[in-house]
Design a protein around this ligand. Structure first.
Ligand code: C2R
Length: 171
């Protein structure tokens, strides 16, 4: 299966968090491709990866980076594909620097910005799946199942809490 989602991260040190994007996509049955590529440290390769993505069948790009996180913005400047940015807490500013760098794009160059850290990385994967699901009914059905599964898990947690509160009351 050709990957439809390209996951880029500024450093291999980002992988612990950015693997959440890959895991979420795998849960949804979406193949992805992952590379370390930095707009700062490997600008030429980053440009090549971004410019070549659509031609290779990629439909969404996810970029995770921390600190002065320019990766997502540079990739969005180089491709017309939707780009999702995940701010990572890898500097002393705990991700706030990356959040602002990714979210505060000038008008005309959109980057969809997710939350800082693991929740953002997971949501980037799920959001990419939802974008692809617009033209893939089987994937749309899996998106629906994922939402229903999540709702069932919350209901089960509530049921467990109610049971615990009842037994505490009796004790
Ligand atoms: P190292 O751990 O390699 O020193 O990287 C990475 O995403 C990482 O979170 C520290 C942090 O620098 C970030 N980085 C960027 C970019 N390249 C690397 N923000 C970029 O091009 O935006």
């Amino acid at each position: 299966m050709n990957p439809k989602v390209l996951i880029l991260m500024g450093s291999d040190s980002d992988w612990e968090v950015m693997s959440e994007s890959q895991k979420a996509l795998a849960e949804m049955g979406v193949a992805s491709e992952v590379h370390v590529s930095s707009a700062h440290r490997t600008p030429v390769r980053t440009g090549e990866l971004a410019r070549g993505a659509a031609g290779r069948g990629i439909q969404v790009v996810i970029c995770g980076a921390g600190a002065a996180a320019h990766l997502a913005g540079v990739v969005a400047a180089e491709t017309a594909l939707p780009v999702l940015g995940v701010p990572l807490a890898s500097s002393d500013l705990a991700g706030l620097d990356a959040l602002l760098a990714i979210a505060q794009m000038p008008g005309g160059v959109p980057v969809g910005t997710l939350a800082i850290g693991k929740a953002g990385a997971r949501n980037a994967g799920l959001l990419a799946a939802r974008i692809l699901a617009l033209s893939d009914p089987a994937l749309a059905a899996r998106v629906k199942e994922q939402r229903e599964r999540m709702a069932r898990e919350v209901e089960a947690k509530d049921a467990a809490l109610q049971a615990r509160l009842q037994s505490d009351k009796k004790a």
